[in-house]
Design a protein around this ligand. Structure first.
Ligand SMILES: Nc1ncnc2c1ncn2[C@@H]1O[C@H](COP(=O)(O)OP(=O)(O)OP(=O)(O)O)[C@@H](O)[C@H]1O
Ligand SMILES: [Mg+2]
Length: 114
């Protein structure tokens, strides 16, 4: 089994006349240690694919597993642990919180341990 596996993954945002089919029926297998680039024009669904692989978004349909574990069976805490320990993600938009400076985090090491 590959480290990352996606089977028939689709994501639809919104519904009705405003719905957007961001990705449709994606199969992807990435082995541990492989270097993979996903390329496509703006709006083609690259970020959508990555946020699903990282368990931040749920697919509308399809299955995703990381390191042998199906994301659909994981609790919220399991997914948070996965993101903390197994999957790294550099956001396209930084999503930084103004109050959470590096200094505050260093002064509160227990925040890292949750
Ligand atoms: N939260 C959302 N709600 C509604 N539509 C969304 C949302 N996120 C993405 N989309 C739509 O889904 C499609 C894919 O967007 P996505 O951001 O995954 O593309 P991308 O390939 O990462 O683009 P870019 O190269 O500009 O970063 C686009 O049509 C986008 O407008
Ligand atoms: Mg993007």
């Amino acid at each position: 089994m590959s480290f990352l596996e996606m089977r028939a993954v689709s994501k639809v945002y919104g519904e009705g006349p405003t719905e957007v089919h961001a990705i449709t029926d994606i199969d992807l297998a990435v082995d541990r240690g492989a270097l993979v680039a996903i390329m496509g024009p703006s709006g083609s669904g690259k970020s959508t694919l990555l946020t699903i692989a990282e368990s931040l978004e749920e697919p509308t349909s399809g299955e995703v597993s990381v390191d042998g574990a199906a994301l659909s069976t994981m609790s919220r805490n399991d997914k948070a642990r996965l993101r903390r320990r197994t999957v790294g993600y550099v956001f396209q938009d930084f999503n930084l919180l103004a109050g959470l400076t590096a200094g505050r985090l260093l002064n509160n090491p227990e925040w890292f341990l949750r």
